[in-house]
Design a protein around this ligand. Structure first.
Ligand code: RFL
Ligand code: PHB
Length: 401
C-alpha cells in the first residue's frame, strides 16, 4: 500500500504509479495494477456520486469485457449485459442489418458506462485501490525525469504524490496532457458542426438491436441500456439549447427520423436524463512523455458514432498496464518506451472508423445533392456487399488488441 509521511505543510504520499482521473480508464488501470501487486493511487476532481451519474457509453467491445473478466468484476455484467449479435443502418425507409456475429464470430455487450464505473468503484476498497475524490488544483511536476510528482489540494490542505510514473486518465479537459511541452507534441483535430442530443427513459427499446438512421430530417440512433431502459439520440446544430427540446418534441423528431416502422414500436416516456454532447475527432501524439503516460479521452476523442470512446480507453489501459507491469515486475524498460506507438496504432484505426461512420450518417452544412447522393450510394453498396458489411462488422465489434 502507498506510504503517507507528514511534512510541515504537505502530506506526501509515495507510490509507484499516480493515476489522475477516476473515470473508467483510471479505475480500470488502478485495478489492473493492484491485481499485479503494483502500488498506485488514483485522484479524482469530482465526488463519487458525480462520477457515477455521468450517462455516457453503452456498448462494450470484447477488450472491455475481457478486462472486467480478468479482474473478476464481471458478475453483474454477465448477468445484466445484453449480448448484441448485430446492428442496423436505416434511412427512414429501409433497414440494412449488419450481422456482426455471423460475419466476425464475435458480439458486443450493451452495459452502461455508469454500471462499469459502479462495479469498479464498489470493488476498490476490497482490492486495496485507494481513490481520493474531491481533489483540486492538480499540478504535475518533473514528468520529464524519473521522479515525477503530482501536487493537489484536498479539504484546504496541500498534498503531493511522489511516484515513478504518472498516468493521465483525466479526460479531454484534464491537466495531464497540458503538462507536456508543446514542442514535444502534435495534435490532430476535427470539430463537427453538430452535437448529439440524447435522452434516457425507462421504456422498452423500439428494437432489440441498435439502429443508426440517416433520414432526410437528420441523424437518429436508437440504443438501449436494458430491456426496459432506452437511450436515443438525434443530431442537432450546436446552437440548439436543451430548453428547445421538451420531451414531446424530441420523441416526435425521433419518430420521424427512425421511420414509420420503428415509430410504431417506439414507446415514449419522461426523460431520466437529457443532454447535448458536441462531436469531435482528436488525437494527441505521443501518448507518453518521460514518466507521464496518457490513456483514454485524455489523449484522444472520437465522435460517438460507432461507440468507440470507452473501448479505446480500455485498450489504452490494457497496453499501459502491460507496459507498467513489464517495468515493475520484469525489469523491462522498453515496455513503457513502446506504449505510445502500440496504443496509437489502434487509436488511429478507431478514429478512422468513427469518422467514416459520422460522415456516412450525418448531414454537414456544406453538403449539397452530390454529398447526399454519395451517402445513399454508400448505404446501397453496404446493403449489397458482404465484403463491405464484414469490414464494418469487424470494426464495430472491436479490432484486435
Ligand atoms: P472520462 O470518463 O472523461 O474520465 C476522466 C476523469 O478524470 C477526471 N478529471 C480530473 N481528476 C482530477 N483532477 C483533474 N484536474 C481532473 N480533470 C478531470 C474527471 O472528473 C473524470 O472522472 O475519461 P476516460 O476514463 O478516458 O473514459 C472515456 C469515456 O468516458 C468516453 O470515451 C466515452 O464515454 C465515450 N462514449 C462512448 N464510448 C463507447 O465506447 N461506447 C459508447 O457507446 C459511447 N457513447 C460516449 C458515448 C460519449 C458521449 N459523450 C457524452 C461525449 C455517448 C456520448 C453521448
Ligand atoms: C449509447 O447507447 O449510448 C450509444 C450506442 C452507440 C453509439 C453511441 C452511444 O454509437
Amino acid at each position: 500500500m502507498p506510504q503517507e509521511t507528514g511534512a510541515s505543510c504537505d502530506a506526501i504520499l509515495k507510490t509507484q504509479v499516480a493515476i489522475v482521473g477516476a473515470g473508467p480508464a483510471g479505475l480500470l488501470l488502478g485495478h489492473l495494477l493492484r491485481a499485479e501487486g503494483i502500488d498506485c493511487v488514483v485522484i479524482e476532481r469530482q465526488t463519487p456520486q458525480h462520477v457515477q451519474s455521468r450517462i455516457r457509453a453503452g456498448v462494450l467491445e470484447r477488450i472491455t469485457v475481457s478486462l472486467m473478466e480478468r479482474l473478476g468484476l464481471d458478475a453483474r455484467l454477465k448477468a445484466e449485459g445484453l449480448i448484441e449479435e448485430g446492428f442496423n443502418f436505416g434511412d427512414g425507409e429501409r433497414t440494412i442489418r449488419i450481422d456482426v456475429a455471423g460475419l466476425t464470430g464475435k458480439t458486443v455487450v450493451v452495459y452502461g458506462q455508469t454500471e462499469i464505473t459502479r462495479d469498479l468503484m464498489d470493488a476498490a476498497p476490497a482490492r486495496g485501490l485507494q481513490v481520493i475524490y474531491g481533489v483540486e488544483n492538480v499540478a504535475l511536476h518533473d514528468i520529464a525525469g524519473d521522479a515525477p510528482s503530482v501536487a493537489f489540494d484536498k479539504d484546504g490542505a496541500a498534498h503531493r504524490i511522489e511516484a515513478r510514473f504518472v498516468v493521465g486518465c483525466d479526460g479531454f479537459h484534464g491537466p495531464c496532457r497540458k503538462a507536456i511541452p508543446a514542442s514535444a507534441v502534435r495534435e490532430y483535430e476535427r470539430v463537427y458542426p453538430f452535437g448529439w442530443l440524447g435522452i434516457l427513459a425507462d421504456v422498452p427499446p423500439c428494437n432489440h438491436e441498435l439502429v443508426y438512421a440517416n433520414a432526410p430530417q437528420g441523424f437518429a440512433l436508437a440504443s438501449m441500456r436494458s430491456r426496459t431502459r432506452s437511450r436515443y439520440y438525434i443530431d442537432v446544430p450546436l446552437t440548439e439549447q436543451l430548453e428547445d427540446w421538451p420531451d414531446d418534441r424530441l420523441w416526435d423528431e425521433l419518430a420521424l427520423r427512425l421511420g414509420p416502422q420503428l415509430a410504431q414500436t417506439m414507446v415514449r416516456g419522461p426523460a431520466l436524463e437529457k443532454s447535448i454532447a458536441p462531436l469531435r475527432s482528436y488525437v494527441f501524439e505521443p501518448m507518453r512523455y518521460g514518466s507521464l503516460l496518457l490513456c483514454g479521452d485524455a489523449a484522444h476523442i472520437v465522435p460517438p458514432t460507432g461507440a468507440k470512446g470507452l473501448n479505446l480507453a480500455a485498450s489504452d489501459v490494457h497496453y499501459a498496464a502491460t507496459a507498467l507491469t513489464g517495468f515493475f515486475k520484469h525489469n523491462d524498460a522498453d515496455a513503457v518506451g513502446s506504449y505510445s506507438a502500440k496504443a496509437l496504432a489502434r487509436v488511429w484505426k478507431c478514429e478512422r472508423f468513427s469518422w467514416s461512420l459520422t460522415k456516412l450518417l450525418h448531414r454537414f452544412p456544406e453538403d449539397g445533392p452530390f454529398e447526399r447522393a454519395m451517402q445513399v450510394a454508400e448505404l446501397d453498396y453496404i446493403a449489397g456487399s458482404t465484403a463491405a458489411q464484414t469490414s464494418i462488422a469487424e470494426n464495430f465489434v472491436g479490432l484486435p488488441v
